[in-house]
Write a protein that binds this ligand. Structure first.
Ligand code: NAP
Length: 276
């Protein structure tokens, strides 16, 4: 088993994920895994970074596929005996003018952004080594969507005692409510992406709390963040930040020094903790 430190970035064949891998290759003292659901796209991205003189490694990972997540888990366990840095970056968003029925958009978006990210955490968080760093890429849209929820939902999403199961039930309820076209009556905002990112931010708060309860002595720091508005296939060419600029906050959280005890369980934007 290797003693080398290891970092994994999900959905990193393009966009912000690729830029996070680029930065980690320059700054992280260990192996950096670029992962992609499609090996062809992943290898092409590895080749692009190699052209820049960097040496990322590759592993397949589709966060919608439990077998794929478990194959990565087993590989990391066997080769490294665990994991030092996990960046949950993979995500999807329907374009504003997409005509796919809202209920379908809700199901598909929640499946990847919330349930896929949650499954990666379920399988990989137990592998995190002491002083490990976990970054869940959420969005400022999670904050604005929270503001669009009913008072009752807001209270639940801000609760310091909500469990992961309760959160997952609420995310499932949102999808079911969109199918019955009662989601607005039930207090949800009209944004599937926004609700999925509420899920990612609240999941991060819950996971940080569990780390405090169960692994306090391991000094693991886990946070959600917003990369900003970034020029990628998701956000388009008018966005204000380059992918490398969008990577700055996630990389800052991934590389928090070993003597840091904060931020932890926070929502961070521009390297600054934001109120939730
Ligand atoms: P992007 O360019 O569309 O890249 C998304 C990445 O996620 C791609 O590599 C994509 O792979 C991957 N992905 C999607 N579904 C996946 C799955 N099931 N398994 C594994 N990988 C999957 O988007 P981006 O702008 O870089 O976004 C990265 C993250 O930042 C997302 O979580 C997004 O919500 C968040 N974010 C972005 C912005 C922004 O302004 N861009 C703002 C706030 C938050 P494929 O190439 O195979 O599709």
């Amino acid at each position: 088993m290797s003693n080398v430190q290891v970092a994994v970035v999900t959905g990193s064949n393009k966009g912000i994920g690729l830029a996070i891998v680029r930065a980690l290759c320059k700054q992280f003292p260990g192996d950096v895994y670029l992962t992609s659901r499609d090996p062809g796209r992943g290898q092409a991205a590895v080749a692009q970074l190699q052209q820049e003189g960097l040496r990322p490694l590759f592993h397949q990972l589709d966060i919608d596929d439990l077998q794929s997540i478990r194959a990565l888990r087993d590989f990391l366990k066997e080769k490294y005996g665990g994991l030092n840095v996990l960046v949950n970056n993979a995500g999807i968003a329907f374009k504003v003018h997409d005509t796919t029925p809202f209920a379908v958009q809700a199901e598909v978006t929640l499946k990847t952004n919330f349930f896929g990210t949650r499954n990666v955490c379920t399988e990989l968080l137990p592998l995190m080594k002491p002083y490990g760093r976990v970054v869940n890429v959420s969005s400022m849209v999670s904050s604005s969507a929270l503001g669009g929820c009913s008072q009752e939902l807001q209270q639940k999403f801000r609760s310091d005692t909500i469990t992961e199961e309760e959160l997952a039930q609420l995310m499932t309820k949102f999808v079911e409510d969109t199918k019955k076209n009662v989601h607005q009556k039930e207090g949800w905002p009209n944004t599937a992406y926004g609700v999925s990112k509420i899920g990612v931010t609240v999941l991060s708060r819950i996971q940080a709390r569990l780390l405090n309860e169960k692994r306090k002595g391991d000094h693991i720091l886990l946070n959600a963040c917003c990369p900003g508005w970034v020029r990628t296939d998701m956000a388009g060419p008018k966005a204000t930040k380059s992918p490398d600029e969008g990577a700055e906050t996630p990389v800052y959280l991934a590389l928090l020094p070993s003597d840091a005890d904060a931020p932890h369980g926070q929502f961070v934007s521009n390297k600054t903790v934001k109120p939730w």
